[in-house]
Design a protein around this ligand. Structure first.
Ligand SMILES: O=c1[nH]cnc2c1ncn2[C@H]1C[C@H](O)[C@@H](COP(=O)(O)OP(=O)(O)O)O1
Length: 202
């Protein structure tokens, strides 16, 4: 996957030449599915995020050590958080950005498409095998990509609290990989903003 530029993005190689910067790598794992919620609402895609130890939503991954290359560091973090090997390659890289409110931190974002059966294996391993389960990671969560009444589904999900720039990483990836249309994303963000202003309305 080619690196996509955005106003705040930085080239991966350029970011690696910066002195005194740390590098955090995270990945969005996803799969197509024919499953339907309540037998009628198509789920279309399974997109994985996680509930972190701090109560914020984010993607699996973490800080890469200075001696590691980015993909090796990300694969190591995934082993700890998912309890199984999920190899990540440079082709899975999507975008690198300076972290919004953490000086000298570069966030590198990857997206990897899997089969539905592989995603289910990841979910099972994350509970049964991962050393971080119940510690740094409270659990994997699927992102609801559909709309239900009263802001249910994607708007409600987006109204939660996210770590660093993971919410914008999610929105960009859903658009870039054709999982949700731009029109639906705009509507989901609009409804999420409304829900945040009246969180106890449901
Ligand atoms: O999902 C994410 N997307 C973008 N940046 C993220 C995400 N999760 C965390 N971060 C930022 C903010 C954190 O302080 C650093 C390190 O990430 P973390 O996963 O907590 O790393 P360790 O497990 O501590 O190695 O990246």
């Amino acid at each position: 996957m080619a690196t996509q530029s955005s106003p705040t993005s930085i080239g991966k190689e350029e970011s690696l030449s910066l002195v005194g910067h740390r590098h955090a790598c995270h990945v969005m794992l996803y799969a197509d599915t024919k499953a339907k919620l309540f037998g009628r609402t198509p789920i279309k895609h399974i997109v994985l995020m996680q509930m972190r130890f701090d109560g914020l939503l984010g993607f699996p991954g973490g800080l890469v050590e200075s001696k590691e290359n980015l993909e090796a560091g990300l694969s190591r973090e995934l082993g700890e958080e998912l309890g199984m090997a999920v190899p990540i390659t440079p082709q899975d890289h999507v975008v690198s950005c300076p972290a919004p409110s953490c000086p000298n931190l570069i966030t590198h974002f990857y997206v990897k498409k899997m089969e539905e059966s592989e995603i289910k294996e990841v979910e099972r391993a994350a509970v049964t095998m991962a050393t971080d389960h119940g510690l740094e990671v409270m659990g994997m969560v699927r992102v609801p990509l559909y709309f239900l009444k009263n802001g249910g589904g994607l708007p409600s999900f987006l109204s939660h609290s996210f770590i660093s720039n993971s919410r914008s990483q999610l929105l960009s990836a859903l658009q870039q990989f054709g999982l949700v249309s731009q029109r639906e994303l705009d509507e989901a963000v609009r409804q999420a903003d409304q829900l945040r202003q009246r969180p106890n309305a449901q």
